[in-house]
Design a protein around this ligand. Structure first.
Ligand code: HEM
Length: 407
């Protein structure tokens, strides 16, 4: 029977993960945590799994779920419904359990289809080419920051295109979504001070757009969501706005970080660029495994179950460190090596089970077009000083990633 490992070494390693050095490179710490045992306990009682098999099991176990809202007061969040930033999260797909989750996911999945994503390909390619024009112009004059010049605007514009947000309105969302999604990392009064007005502004904007599409439907996802009915069921206005807000927020910060983590990894391994061009889809899977934009997923025990052989009781919180699982040598050969030709590289970067990322096809589409295009148009691009990692444990990416390029 497995046991739970806890104590000073676990605490120290977890604390170090939250320092700037831990942000730079968490993977050494993950290795040590993974080898300490399958199930660890933090000082506050939270359980942690880090191995691939255990993280996969946690993501798929239906006895585990999102924290039910009636437990939120015990987590110090009694007034969650009064905060737009928390309301928009805890009532969204990312915060709910069956049967509500099943119903809402079915309603959105039948509008947000693979076909709709495929149809975005020409517009996405155009946006990528336009952004590369800009990036190349800037980089030819001196170091250019890839994050604001490319990694942010691309997903923002693609999700804007999908939902039907007019081009001129899109830029304002960058800061709004950043301020709002800060609650994914920590919920403090300071964070909420910016997150609440941001969430409210996004919701108000989307309410205006929904009203407009109800009057004059178009081909976009917002029109599909307002008009869609499935077996006599449809989204209420409240559900619709929460759903559209979630697609916006979930769809853009994460993909931004795939683009910046992926570019950094490629520029650090230039000898592998031919493999990127040979098979962009396989390369993007490896980049997702190697340095995932989402490093952990959070669950609460809803009904008695086991994790890593240990019995868990309802109410217990458990976090799966998927970023560590993606480097587990039990699952991947030589896991710390980037190998764009690695065949067997299905990772946990998009999660697993019923909450598996709804936007995975869209994120893949953007990255599979963007990376080869960037290197075709800007061969010889290099990393230069000034890269700065985001200060976040869950979301892994860069605030700044400077590159140089000589035409
Ligand atoms: C590289 C980019 C992305 C990564 C790494 C990523 C990662 C994830 C992960 C790990 C989850 C599961 C969270 C959990 O189990 O608690 C998730 C869920 C979700 N993602 Fe993504 N995501 C990305 C891009 C996108 C995009 C582009 C969209 C939308 C356009 C999107 C929409 C969603 C939604 C709606 C969910 C909730 C699904 C549910 O709970 O049923 N994501 N994502």
């Amino acid at each position: 029977m497995a046991s739970i490992v806890e104590g000073r070494e676990v605490t120290t390693l977890l604390e170090e993960l939250t320092t700037m050095a831990g942000r730079e490179d968490p993977y050494g710490h993950y290795t040590r945590l993974r080898e300490m045992g399958p199930l660890l306990r933090e000082d506050d009682g939270t359980l942690i799994v880090t191995r691939f098999a255990d993280c996969t099991a946690v993501s798929r176990d239906h006895h585990l779920g999102k924290m039910p809202v009636d437990l939120l007061p015990h987590a110090g969040l009694a007034d969650w419904a009064e905060h737009p930033a928390l309301y928009g999260y805890f009532t969204s797909l990312l915060g709910i359990n069956p049967p509500d989750h099943t119903r809402l996911r079915r309603l959105v999945a039948s509008s947000f289809t693979a076909r709709r994503v495929r149809d975005l390909r020409p517009a996405t390619t155009r946006m990528i080419d336009d952004l590369i024009d800009d990036l190349a112009a800037r980089a030819s004059e001196g170091p250019a920051d890839f994050v604001p010049a490319f990694a942010f605007p691309l997903p923002l514009n693609v999700i804007g295109e999908l939902l039907g947000i007019p081009h001129a309105d899109r830029a304002q969302f960058q800061h709004l979504v950043q301020d709002w999604s800060a609650v994914l990392d920590e919920i403090t009064p300071e964070v909420l001070l910016k997150a609440d007005p941001a969430a409210r502004a996004v919701r108000d904007y989307l309410a205006g757009l929904a009203a407009e599409r109800r009057r004059r439907p178009r081909e976009d996802l917002m029109s599909a969501l307002v008009g869609h009915e499935e077996a006599g069921d449809r989204l209420t206005e409240d559900e619709l706005l929460t759903m559209a807000g979630l697609l916006f927020a979930a769809g853009f910060e994460t993909t931004t970080n795939l683009l910046s983590n992926g570019l950094a990894a490629l520029l650090e391994h230039p000898s592998q660029l031919p493999d990127l061009h040979a098979d962009p889809a396989a390369a993007v899977e490896e980049l997702l495994r190697f340095d995932s934009p989402v490093q952990n997923i959070d669950r609460t025990v809803l009904e008695p179950t086991t994790a890593a052989g240990v019995r868990l009781e309802p109410g217990q919180r458990i976090v799966a460190y998927t970023g560590a699982a993606n480097r587990d040598p039990r699952r991947f050969t030589d896991p710390d090596r980037l190998d764009l030709r690695r065949g067997d590289n299905a990772s946990l970067s998009f999660g697993g089970g019923m909450h598996y990322c709804l936007g995975a096809p869209m994120a893949r589409l953007e990255a599979q077009i963007a990376f080869p295009r960037l290197f075709e148009r800007m061969p010889g691009m290099r990393l230069t000083d000034g890269a700065q990692r985001r200060n976040s444990l869950t979301i892994r990416g860069f605030d700044h990633l400077w590159i140089t390029w000589e035409p």
